[in-house]
Design a protein around this ligand. Structure first.
Ligand code: GLA
Length: 429
């Protein structure tokens, strides 16, 4: 790659910052994929608090989630952003043209809610739309980008999910995302910018990720996640099919967003929940749970709070993983990690029968480098297990439940292949 943009050194020094396109939105945020909670998939647009007092979109819901994010250890493992999705607004702007929350459901206002959330050591996310109306029909931000950015900054908001419904033309879509990104930067407040720009653009033309990542901290590419295995499968299939055009776009400051984690809800079996978390870690995805933290099973909680999986997701190298191969009904994925380590996921896509063995050579992994000359392998999901030392050609066997995933981590080791004169790898040496 020509890192000098084709210029001689003296000129380069003078104009480098001005002439080279920025690699990513350098607002200093989202150096690792953001983690938190987002209301949409679980709570949708319930605005009737008389009928559904504990499930409607209200300040009470977010205050309760904030309390639990602290008391139940979510914040301490990294889930930091508590995010409001669509349907928080009043149906019209106020007299000054400012967005305002629904007065019955957010009687204290967003500033107070942000103060509360901040007092708990958490951050607050909010939702708006690039077009004339949000997807659920509330006021959109078109023509109000600066005012809305100022309003959010004034309230103390830390993240904006900016949807793309009712965007008008493709030119307005792109301009809108760029203008809102600038408007947020101009406020001087640290506000993570979450986009759906490529999702709305793709039906008409191929998104330009070099451009998108200069404006967004993460971006949705594909349809909304549902609480269903079919939905998780579609997201994985779309991602592996398009990996050549999206994986390299991801890195510190900008991430592909395969949408919310639906773990802890109704639609996924245990193995499918393991698969979602394992593959979201491989994909360097934002980990935004959409579930009811007030009533979540201990098993789902332990899964979502698994520190080894979170460490893979949050790996500082910031490289997104990809599918290496698909053999019969098995998929093998890997993600390069810092220090020459790799995360490996073996997914069993068969939906009939019982656990099945998959045997593969470690020479497959990391283009042959992950286990060369030897590596230690740790199984992380579905259970934590030390699989010991392996070498470059020793076959590795994992047994995977239907629709489940085994998540592994390899660490290259310089350990001697001989121990007290005894061969450690008799099948090889
Ligand atoms: C779109 C988005 C969802 C959610 C809804 C809200 O469908 O993709 O994530 O924000 O709008 O109306």
């Amino acid at each position: 790659m020509d890192r000098s943009c084709g210029m001689g050194l003296p000129v380069l020094l003078l104009v480098l910052a001005l002439s080279c396109p920025a690699g990513a939105l350098e607002n200093g945020l989202a150096r690792t994929p953001p983690m938190g909670w987002l209301h949409w998939e679980r709570f949708l647009c319930q605005v009737d608090c008389d009928e559904e007092p504990s499930r409607c979109i209200s300040e009470q819901l977010f205050m309760q989630m904030a309390d639990i994010m602290v008391s139940d250890g979510w914040r301490d493992v990294g889930y930091q952003y508590l995010c409001i999705d669509d349907c928080w607004m009043a149906p019209t702007r106020d007299k000054q043209g400012r967005l305002q929350p629904d007065p019955n459901r957010f009687p204290s206002g967003i500033r107070k809610l942000a103060d509360y959330v901040h007092s708990k050591g958490l951050k607050l996310g909010i939702y708006a739309d690039v077009g004339n109306k949000t997807c659920a029909g509330f006021p959109g931000s078109r023509d109000y980008y600066d005012l809305d950015a100022d309003t959010f900054a004034g309230w103390g908001v830390d993240l904006l999910k900016f949807d793309g419904c009712n965007f008008g033309t493709l030119e307005l879509l792109a301009e809108g995302y760029k203008n809102m990104s600038h408007a947020l930067n101009k406020t001087g407040r640290d506000i993570v910018f979450s986009c759906e720009w490529p999702l709305y653009e793709r039906p008409f033309r191929k998104p330009n990720y070099t451009e998108i990542k200069q404006y967004c901290n993460y971006w949705r590419n594909y349809a909304d996640v549902y609480d269903a295995w079919g939905s998780v499968k579609n997201i994985l299939d779309w991602t592996s099919y398009n990996q050549d055009s999206i994986v390299d776009a991801a890195g510190p400051g900008g991430w592909n967003d395969p949408d919310m984690l639906v773990i802890g809800n109704f639609g996924l079996s245990w193995d499918q929940q393991v698969t979602q978390l394992a593959l979201w870690a491989i994909m360097a995805a934002p980990l935004l749970m959409s579930n009811d933290l007030r009533q979540i099973s201990p098993q789902a909680k332990a899964l979502l709070q698994n520190k080894e999986v979170i460490a893979i997701n949050q790996d500082p190298l910031g490289k997104q993983g990809y599918r290496i191969t698909k053999e019969n009904h098995f998929e093998l994925w890997e993600r390069p990690l810092s220090g020459g380590a790799f995360a490996i996921a073996v997914l069993n896509r068969q939906e009939i029968g019982g656990p099945q063995a998959f045997v593969f050579s470690t020479a497959y992994l990391g283009s042959g480098l992950a286990c060369n000359p030897a590596c230690s392998i740790q199984q992380i999901l579905p259970t934590s297990e030390d699989l010991g030392l392996h070498n470059w050609v020793s076959p590795l066997k994992v047994v995977v439940n239907p629709t489940g995933t085994v998540l592994l981590k390899t660490v290259v080791t310089e350990e001697k292949l001989f121990d007290n004169g005894k061969k450690r790898f008799p099948e090889f040496l």
